[in-house]
Design a protein around this ligand. Structure first.
Ligand code: ZN
Length: 210
């Protein structure tokens, strides 16, 4: 299953993308971030540490469908990290969020969202989003961005971009990356667990270089 090929802009090797929607491919040979359809690469290189049992080729279940992980973007923040695995199924594509054994499946990405709602929010604040009550549970600032494999870009997230994570009592979660005064990337999804994901083809724990 290959849908498009490109030539790495640095080492000139041919790279194959599985999804038409992917616009980011970190070259496995030289680490160069190749970006299609957008002017903002922003990826500083290959993931410096594995930080996960999930890897490219891992599989998980969501809504009775099997997704295959094909790449990821890792945001290192001042106080933590956020990892978004890009996963593909015949039914569509999702992001699998992971941080400290927390998992959520992100089904919606709006890279032209409005940041006003998140202005001045702090951990513990309540807010309304799409007519639902959310609690701000994470507030941080991106310091570095890394990538691996093939993914869909999450917008012009750069160093110092503020990221806010909010959740409902029913395990819905949103991430708001505030790009500037007019624009935010907003990801919406649902918390899940490693058990419910029925993860397969994971990395051998011995191989962690964390
Ligand atoms: Zn390359």
């Amino acid at each position: 299953m290959r849908s498009k090929a490109l030539t790495c802009s640095q080492c000139q090797k041919t790279l194959y993308l599985l999804s038409e929607d992917s616009d980011l491919c970190v070259c496995p040979y030289c680490g160069k971030s190749n970006v299609l359809n957008t002017s903002s690469p922003l990826i500083e290189g290959l993931i410096p540490e594995m930080m996960s049992i999930i890897m490219i080729g891992s599989k998980f279940q969501w809504n009775d469908k099997e997704y295959t992980v094909n790449g990821r973007i890792l945001f290192l923040c001042e106080n933590g990290y956020l990892m978004f695995w890009y996963a593909i199924a015949a039914a569509g594509k999702v992001w699998l969020y992971e941080s400290n054994q927390d998992y959520a499946v992100i089904e919606k990405m709006d890279d032209n969202g409005l940041p006003n709602l998140f202005k001045g929010k702090e951990i513990g604040n309540k807010m309304m989003y799409n007519k639902e009550k959310y609690l701000v549970e994470f507030y941080d600032q991106v310091t570095e961005t890394y990538g691996e494999g093939e993914a869909k870009s999450l917008g012009e997230i750069k160093s110092k971009t503020i990221v806010i994570r909010c959740t409902t009592l029913e395990s819905k979660v949103i991430f708001a990356f505030v790009i500037d005064k007019l624009k935010a990337t907003i990801l919406s999804g649902t918390y899940t667990s490693a058990i419910d994901l029925k993860l397969k083809n994971t990395r051998n724990v011995d191989a962690w270089n964390f």
